[in-house]
Design a protein around this ligand. Structure first.
Ligand SMILES: [Ca+2]
Ligand SMILES: [Ca+2]
Ligand SMILES: [Ca+2]
Length: 397
């Protein structure tokens, strides 16, 4: 039986009116966050990597409603998280079309792991992941699979990517400013820091933002998924600016898009996870186009997939987080596949990760956002698939 209404009464909620604090809702077991699918009205909740979508940015509205902040600008009242929209126990959604009650209750202090509680009967109404990407609100579910938390704080940036966009030998950082939708570029200042950000373009309502030298001309290009579901490419000019977008393909129903040369032919390829949980690879042609995909591996139960040559053997390696919170690395086996995963570290509570050489020593480094405080950290690469101790690059990410 699905719960029809939940009362939202987090302690400080009454202090806020929309647009109050923005946050994401993260599952403890998977590390993934809820997203209000833009494809359904009323909204269906889906599960994706934290910080990867503008539709993961929720807000509190007049103390009782949690709304999709991204949709609020379009629909005024926003999209709430609420009761069952289909009656099939698989999806959870609510909105103006269904007349659902919009009340929620969040029982413990903000940031803690807890089930969501139904105030009508006192039972926990836990948002539980069913399958790969849908969510059910069910009673009497407990354990880490049912534990969720709000990631509060200065979640200012999303779509974080990195690479040497300006051709000066050290990696720059690019990310979306969630407050206004601008895509910003922080150029490496060659001294351990970055220049003040410059606006690359406005209206960056794209997801799956990925960078790669897809044209073999030494310039980094951008790839991203539009709100129409198509995948687009912006050819890089090599100076931090880009040409007009052109479509790569329709219907990019994939997540965790990453780019690197996986088959060793010198052309940058794409990998991404399908809704069937397979990890696919599209071989690049070196001219901004790609060949037909093949399944690289099945059962890709990982998040935050990133790719780069982490051990300096000239072959692209893969990094991703497993459901237990371990950060794993698959080193390229030199053929067309990968060695078995090695655990780099456990307790990986970082998102917005990007891999590039920031300090110019020829070894790929890593940046990532600490979800507990919004700091962006940097781990210098050792060039052998391991990393040195992290330092805080900046706060308020
Ligand atoms: Ca290739
Ligand atoms: Ca490698
Ligand atoms: Ca480095």
């Amino acid at each position: 039986m699905l719960v029809a209404s939940l009362s939202f009464s987090v302690g400080q909620a009454s202090a806020y009116n929309y647009p109050g604090p923005h946050f994401e809702i993260q599952n403890q077991a998977t590390g993934q966050c809820l997203q209000a699918s833009p494809d359904y009205k009323p909204q269906q909740l889906e599960v994706h990597d934290c910080g990867t979508s503008i539709d993961q940015d929720f807000s509190i509205w007049n103390t009782t409603n949690i709304i999709d902040a991204a949709e609020a600008a379009v629909y005024g009242g926003g999209v709430c998280l609420g009761a069952d929209s289909t009656g099939d126990g698989v999806s959870v959604g609510c909105g103006t079309e269904g007349g659902y009650t919009l009340d929620w209750q969040y029982a413990t202090a903000a940031g803690g792991w807890t089930p969501l509680v139904n105030p009508l009967d006192g039972h926990a109404c836990d948002l539980t992941v069913l399958g790969d990407s849908t969510v059910a609100c069910m009673q009497a579910q407990h354990g880490s699979n049912a534990q969720w938390r709000f990631i509060y704080g200065a979640r200012h940036y999303s779509q974080t990517v990195a690479g040497d966009f300006t051709g000066h030998g050290r990696a720059d950082i690019m990310a979306r400013d969630n407050s206004n939708g601008n895509l910003l570029l922080w150029v490496n200042n060659m001294n351990g820091g970055f220049q003040a950000p410059r606006v690359v373009t406005g209206g960056w309502n794209f997801t799956e933002t990925t960078v790669g030298k897809f044209h073999n001309n030494g310039r980094l290009d951008l790839i991203a998924k539009g709100t129409d579901g198509s995948l687009y490419m912006w050819d890089g000019n090599g100076d931090g600016t880009f040409g007009a977008p052109h479509k790569v393909t329709d219907g990019w129903n994939f997540t965790q898009t990453a780019a690197a040369d996986f088959d060793g032919d010198g052309n940058v390829d794409l990998i991404a996870k399908g809704v069937d949980n397979n990890l696919y690879m599209w071989p690049g042609h070196g001219d901004g186009t790609f060949g037909a995909s093949h399944i690289q591996t099945s059962d890709w139960n990982f998040t935050g997939t990133r790719a780069a040559d982490f051990n300096n053997d000239g072959k692209a390696d893969i990094m991703a987080r497993d459901a237990a919170g371990n950060l794993n690395m698959w080193l390229h086996d030199g053929g067309s596949s990968f060695n078995s995963a090695a655990v780099l570290t456990n307790g990986w509570s970082f998102t917005q990760t990007a891999a590039a050489d920031f300090d110019g020593d020829g070894k790929v480094d890593l940046i990532g956002r600490d979800d507990s405080n919004g700091n962006l950290l940097m781990w210098p690469g050792n060039g052998d698939g391991t990393f040195g101790a992290s330092h805080v690059q900046t706060g308020g990410w």
